[in-house]
Ligand binder design. Structure first.
Ligand SMILES: Nc1ncnc2c1ncn2[C@@H]1O[C@H](COP(=O)(O)OP(=O)(O)OP(=O)(O)O)[C@@H](O)[C@H]1O
Ligand SMILES: [Mg+2]
Length: 363
């Protein structure tokens, strides 16, 4: 198994620079997700990896092999696109076996392989069905089967579940994770849906609108320790508050105009964390505790008025307006274990959060 390495790759379309000196390492044998807003260049990256598009400059490596100019059919990289591109008039068997037939593999071997992959994607027994008689989820599985039958070293998946409804999407996500686990093939999964990326990825890269990689990490690292305001906002809901970093008796605080000072805790002091510098505090809505009561032992305290209550089933979101007019989002789990307070519109509430739950971001 070999890792993919993209080195200083530039790519433009009609004079528009889409990727400017892109560097990216994709570990082998993992489920890697590439997440970014629409138009940032995700599909372009996949097309370059697959060999469907050529770079303007830079290199692409598979392990130590330079594959920058290796033609598409000689790369052990297969792709599943958003549009499945199946042959609707052919049977499932003929669609899946197509790649092997083109290669001239003998009939008995083809049959064995087809049965193997159909088993992997849970479609045994469907081999004689016509594509157009299959559901969206089944067609997606056929597309997967067709992509893995050649035993690629890398499988590129470009928003493969975009056409499916939520329920089917969730089911297919679980199946994809299982499939990757079984095959140990490197999966590169492109999506602009952050919940999908968080759910599937061993590791993920977040791209910004300019086609730059903002951060690479595990879903947990990305969600809990975003490295920039863009990442914090793009992955999950959050509160971002601007303030000035202060050092008080050896402790770090952030002073926010109109709201006072907040204690913060910095496990790894970064070079830019210098006193008197303007920075952002990132506080996730589920890390804030809302109550009409006064509760001791929290590092930080705010007060405000409830202006929206949004019921999400699992949780309830409260939008709380502070005296400065700023709105803070708070999530509260809807659990039965301990009785919840009745909080209504216009109620005056206290918001509490611990200094450990504030992530400082460079402005
Ligand atoms: N063949 C092409 N010719 C000209 N411009 C292109 C071509 N393909 C892509 N682009 C442009 O390159 C940019 C990146 O496109 P790309 O398809 O890689 O985005 P994406 O991140 O996959 O977006 P989405 O999430 O919407 O699929 C876009 O501005 C797009 O308009
Ligand atoms: Mg795309």
């Amino acid at each position: 198994m070999r890792q993919i390495k993209v080195e200083n790759v530039c790519k433009s379309y009609d004079g528009d620079l889409i990727l400017d000196k892109l560097n990216l390492e994709i570990p082998s044998g993992q489920f890697f997700a590439l997440l970014g807003p629409s138009g940032c260049g995700k599909t372009t990256i996949l097309r370059l990896l697959a060999g469907l598009e050529s770079v303007d400059s830079g290199k692409i490596y598979l392990g130590t092999q330079d594959i920058t100019n290796v033609p598409i059919y000689k790369r052990k990289i297969n792709t599943v696109f958003q549009q499945y591109a199946l042959f609707p008039h052919l049977s499932l068997f003929d669609n899946v076996s197509y790649g092997l037939r083109v290669k001239g593999v003998n009939a008995a071997k083809i049959k064995d392989r087809v049965y193997d992959v159909l088993k992997a994607v849970q479609l045994l027994g469907f081999e004689n069905k016509k594509i157009r008689s299959l559901s969206g989820g089944q067609q997606q599985r056929v597309a997967l089967a067709r992509a893995i039958i050649n035993e690629p070293e890398v499988l590129l998946l470009d928003e493969p579940l975009a056409a499916l409804d939520l329920k089917l999407k969730e089911q297919m996500l679980v199946e994809l994770i299982d499939l990757q686990d079984k095959l140990k093939t490197t999966f590169v999964y492109v999506t602009h849906d952050q919940t999908e990326a968080l759910a599937v990825a061993d590791k993920m890269a977040i791209m910004n609108v300019k086609g730059e990689i903002e951060q690479i990490g595990t879903p947990k690292q990305i969600y809990e320790f975003p490295s920039s305001r863009f990442v914090a906002n793009f992955v999950g809901k959050t509160n971002i508050v601007e303030g000035v970093l202060k050092q008080q008796n050896g402790n770090l605080e952030v002073e926010v105009e109109g709201l006072g000072s907040f204690a913060v805790f910095v496990p790894q002091k970064k070079g830019w964390m210098i006193p008197e510098k303007t920075i952002f505090m990132n506080i996730r809505p589920e890390k804030i505790y809302i109550s009409k009561k006064e509760i001791p032992n929290f590092s930080n305290h705010l007060t405000g008025k409830v202006i929206d209550i949004i019921y999400h089933g699992l949780s309830t979101q409260y939008n709380v307006e502070l005296r400065t007019g700023r709105i803070i989002k708070v999530f509260e789990q809807n659990e039965e274990h301990f009785p919840q307070e009745d909080i209504d519109y216009n109620d005056k509430v206290n918001l509490y959060f611990q200094k450990e739950n504030v992530v400082l971001l460079e402005r």
